[in-house]
Design a protein around this ligand. Sequence first.
Ligand code: KG4
Ligand code: ZN
Length: 351
Amino acid sequence: MLGLETSCDETAAALVRGSVPGPGEILANIVFSQNEAHAPYGGVVPEIASRAHLEILDGVIDQALKQADLALEDVDAIAATAGPGLIGGVMVGLTTAKALALAMDKPLIAVNHLAGHALTVRLTDGVAFPYLLLLVSGGHCQLLAVENAEKFRLYGSTLDDAAGEAFDKSAKLLGLAYPGGPNVEIAAAKGNAKRYALPRPLLGRSGADFSFSGLKTALRQLVQGGDINGNDAAASFQAAVIDILCDRTKNALAMFRRDFPAVTSPCLVVAGGVAANVAIGSALTVLAENNDFNIRIPPARLCTDNAAMIAWAGLERHAAGACDPIGIGPRARWPLDPSDRGQGDQRQDTA
Ligand code: KG4
Ligand code: ZN
C-alpha cells in the first residue's frame, strides 16, 4: 500500500506491506517537515503549507519508492488522507492519489487522518480490537473506544484547545521556538514542576472531556507578571497537562470496562504527536498499570504525522473490501465517531 499524508505541515509518503491485524512491515517512510517554512510565523500557515505540499509531494513519493526498491506498478492500492485537516493540503494529497490511481488503474482508498493515528498500534504491534485510545495531537484531544478499523465510540474530547495546541501556545508564551511541544518537553526536563501552581480544569469531574484554555490563560498571566523561570514554568505547565490527561483517561478506562466487560486483557493506546512526550507516556503507563490495563505507545516517529499510518489504515480498509470512488472529496472536518457533533479538527490556523 502506498500512503500519502498532506493534512498539516508534513509532506509524507510511505509504503507498507502486511495483513490484518498486523503487525505490518514499513518498506519506506519519508516525512518532509515544513517546520522551517512556518517557524517565522510561530504556527502553521495553511496557504504556505498547501503550496509546499504541491511543490514537493512528487519528489517525496519518488523517494519512498526508491527506498522500498519498488515501482508504482508493484503497488496494490493507493491511500491518501482525505481529512480532517487543512483543506488545501488535503486536496493536494488526495488529488495526487486520484491521479496515480487513475493512471495506474489501482484502487483508491480515502483515509481519515485520525484513523491513521488510531490504527498505528496495529501496524507496530498488531493490537487486537477493541482498545481504548487516547488521541492527543495538535488538532485533537479525544478518548475513544476503537471497535474496528471504521467503528469508534467517543468517550470525551476537548471543549477548547487540543493538548498539542496547548503545548504550542505555551511554547510561544515562553519564547520557545516552533514546533513548541518538543521544546516545552526539553525545557520542562530542566525545571521544577512544583514552582508555579497552575490550574487543572475539569479535574475530578465525571466524564472524559478535556479543557486546556484556563491553563493557558493562567500561564499567560504568570508570564505577564514578569520575572519567571522559563524551565520551571514549562515544567509546571507540563505537570498540569499530565494531571489533566491522567484524570480524564482514568474515567475513560472505567467507561471502556463498562462497555466491553468480556475483554479480559484491555489495552490503552496513546497516539498522536503529544504521545511522543516521554513524561506523559510514563505517567500514563503508571495509570494503566494501576488499573490493570496494558499500554501501547508507538515509537515517536510514528506518533507524529507520517504516511506509514495512512498506508496502514488504507491497508485495513482495502483488506475489508473498501475502495473509494474517484469523485470522493476532501473534508476539513471528519469526526471518527459520527455522533461527535463537536470538532472534526478545531485547529484551522495555528499561526
Ligand atoms: O499528530 P501530529 O504530528 O499532528 C497533528 O495531527 O496535529 O501532532 C503535532 C502536535 C504538535 O502540537 C506538537 O507540539 C505536539 O504534537 N508534540 C508534542 C511533542 N512532540 C510533538 N507535544 C508535547 N511533547 C512532545 N514531545
Ligand atoms: Zn496528526
